[in-house]
Design a binder for this molecule. Sequence first.
Ligand SMILES: Nc1ncnc2c1ncn2[C@@H]1O[C@H](COP(=O)(O)OP(=O)(O)OP(=O)(O)O)[C@@H](O)[C@H]1O
Ligand SMILES: [Mg+2]
Length: 261
Amino acid sequence: MIRIGNLTKQFGSNPVLRGIDLQVGAGEFVVILGQSGAGKSTLLRCINRLAQADSGTLEVAGIDALGCSDPRLLRQQVAMIFQHHNVVPRLSVLKNVLTGRLGAVSTLASVLQLFRRDDIELGMQCLARVELDHKAHQRTDSLSGGQMQRVGIARALAQRPKVILADEPVASLDPKTARLVLQYLRDASRELGITVLCNLHQVDYAREFGDRIVGLAHGSLVYDGSAEGLSEADLQRIYPGQQATCTAPLPAMSYCAELRG
Ligand SMILES: Nc1ncnc2c1ncn2[C@@H]1O[C@H](COP(=O)(O)OP(=O)(O)OP(=O)(O)O)[C@@H](O)[C@H]1O
Ligand SMILES: [Mg+2]
């Protein structure tokens, strides 16, 4: 589903991705770990062409993602979930989910926000997957942060993507809610055969939810293997000079990264 070959990306003189090789199959749930600045977000952004890689090969859902002249074709297949869920607060929960369909409906329909009955049914099914169908007609700003993130997942699913890229989807959630959100995402991935690449800062969530873990350090891939196979020595390579075995200190790093902007 995703084939990445010798992918490189530099910002000015700062090499951020240094020859990444990675292949991910259909329906795999891959967690990407790495300390702040390791290149996790840049990798996801290169995959859906929010950032342009400098060299290498990148095939996503059968599309040559580096060479394709219209990134919208790519983005129809690839949904994103962000840390801050990016929902529109004043819209209803269902309308937020249906914005996931905008890439698939005509320009006029999208301007007028006209959705077909089958899109609405799909939106309701996606909300049912995250157990929020009963909130469909409420304003989204009446929901909690965890519920908003579930709306973000439903919106991504409504896009009927082959791939979901989730960039720290649970960084601002308490542990119980974070687990619930990751569970919805993993279940949807398994049941619908969607490939998920999910950036996380929490090693224990990675172990619990990842079919596979990829570790980045300073833009290089330093681990690619099973969750069970991830050893302390691997963690030392992924987090050089840090203790990285429990949930608590690592989310704090991501909050710091956020504060630094
Ligand atoms: N648009 C940009 N312009 C210049 N440098 C950038 C840009 N985006 C990212 N970088 C740099 O690329 C490096 C990797 O950043 P990236 O956001 O991919 O890291 P990350 O692993 O996602 O970190 P975090 O865990 O803090 O989110 C950092 O040194 C960052 O400063
Ligand atoms: Mg990031």
